[in-house]
Design a binder for this molecule. Sequence first.
Ligand code: BES
Ligand code: ZN
Ligand code: ZN
Length: 486
Amino acid sequence: MQINLDRKPVAALECDALVVLTFEGKPNDRFKEALGEVYASGEVTGKLFELTLVHHPPGLKAKRLLVAGAGPIDKFTAAETRRLAGAALRHLKAKAVRSIGMLLESRFDSAEHVSAAAEGALLGDYEPDRYKSEKKDTKVVDRFTVSVPGGDADLDLALARGRAVGEAQNLTRELVTEPANKLTPTLLADCARQMAVAQGLECEILDRDRMQQLGMGSLLGVAKGSAEPPALIVLRYRPAAPAAGSAHLGLVGKGVTFDTGGISIKAADGMEKMKYDMAGGAAMIGAMRALAQLKPPIPVTALIPAVENMPGSRAQRPGDIVTALSGKTIEVINTDAEGRLILADALTYARKLGCTHLIDAATLTGSIVVALGHINIGMFASDDRMAERVLEAARLAGEKMWRMPLDEDYKDQLKSTFADLANVGGRPGGAITAALFLREFAEQTPWVHLDIAGTAWLDDTKPYMAKGPTGVGVRTFVNLAMNWRN
Ligand code: BES
Ligand code: ZN
Ligand code: ZN
């Protein structure tokens, strides 16, 4: 799909359908002539995602006019623009419309809204139908035009940024959609390398031998049960002229290509969804793709520990004790708490590579789904300044996030009789003890942990997005790096 910007008067925009917004209780009087009847009929209320299609609108070059309800005007932000672009695109695509225009009226023709419209259109366009012989959408939208009559010169950049971010988020969704037989740790590493070569990033893949030499016993313990070898994917972006004393951001993403639970095996019901247990890692790969194009001011290194968590005669057992790269010993009480075990070594390695600030994303606990459902990412931070940076990046991205507690007091739950730490802390506050476990490995480096177990997957299709992987996190990570001020 081509995405472009048009600054002509909207009446001159040629397309199969033009999308215009209408707010609750405020008829859009710019299109009185075309919309008089539908407003008079009471059919248009302006409720969010209400869509009304009018054919042959008088006075416009567009063949159709889609009146998109935008909700109350005082609650309208770029997040609504993003979702409305997606909802409008999906609605029109189902009707075989091939070229779409979306008008951003002068109050909403800022860079933020333009980027959001481009992102929303790309996100709405994605269908996880790669393995369907008969595609649900043999229909294709060729062109999506953001109409900003007389808009500023900087909007071209905003559009390009939205395109980069939308494509990156869809790459993440593609990777998460892949089933575990098609995307092993080795193949995930291949995909990351291909992306890096195409985008001009450095890429290094650490194999099992290398990780053994380094002493990554915690990560390797998880990989033991699988015939598929593990990989630690490292992607690097370096700015052309980094500022002296610049921060170095580390993006660490959980890359469990399938989580059976290992010897502490999961129940069969719903286990197929555990292919999404690499969504954190895929989000980091997506974010790096966008950053390679958008060139943030600081160096960024992504680390994705990729493993398959399987039971088997070589698998690690409950009670096994492993030694992490940091030197700490861990008693593996439950082999299903594998995410924290692989992230522990990746966080330590990120520090060794010189990262001064760390953020990780992981489908880490069922507990966060109980606490926050499918709406908010669970956010944990060891450092208030870093927490603020991430919350601001998330707010601008339209990704909801809620800061969770990280009191020392919970740490008693991670005591082990035989080792420095146990890998589980019991059911109470399970997402919190998981985060505290990770903090032991982030040590003094300012660090934020995002538990995306509830938000990386949509169980039901939304007007603006197909069900399946959401690509959550990508937009926040891109903003975090792009807006970084040392
Ligand atoms: N990948 C899962 C987390 C998960 C569970 C995501 C359910 C989505 C839905 C993780 O590896 C895991 O199994 N965590 C356990 C930890 C427990 C054994 C302490 C969990 O949350 O049940
Ligand atoms: Zn698990
Ligand atoms: Zn897992």
